[in-house]
Design a protein around this ligand. Structure first.
Ligand SMILES: [Zn+2]
Ligand SMILES: [Zn+2]
Length: 90
């Protein structure tokens, strides 16, 4: 579980999570991530567009990762964005 903290402009101190650039503040997008569990309640997430790179390579490797810009968001921003997206677990 991630214990890194960030200071969010909206939410104050919160946990660090990672999503692709398109999902930051996104709405109505496709949300792809592994299934959250106790160890990792906020797995890294990416959108439908970035998923095309993932599916082409079949995994996250140097090539697929080079096409995706990952942004840091707080876990509450993560959750509110996720609630506005269509969630697919890989
Ligand atoms: Zn994306
Ligand atoms: Zn936040």
């Amino acid at each position: 579980m991630s214990t890194d903290k960030i200071e969010c402009d909206t939410h104050g101190q919160a946990f660090t999570t990672f999503v692709c650039q398109h999902l930051v503040g996104g709405e109505g997008l496709e949300w792809h991530s592994t299934e959250p569990d106790e160890e990792n309640p906020w797995p890294d997430a990416w959108c439908g567009e970035c998923n095309a790179a993932f599916e082409r390579e079949g995994e996250w490797n140097e090539k697929s990762e080079s096409e995706v810009r990952i942004k840091i968001v707080c876990h509450r921003c993560y959750e509110s964005t996720k609630a506005r997206c269509t969630v697919h677990y890989v």
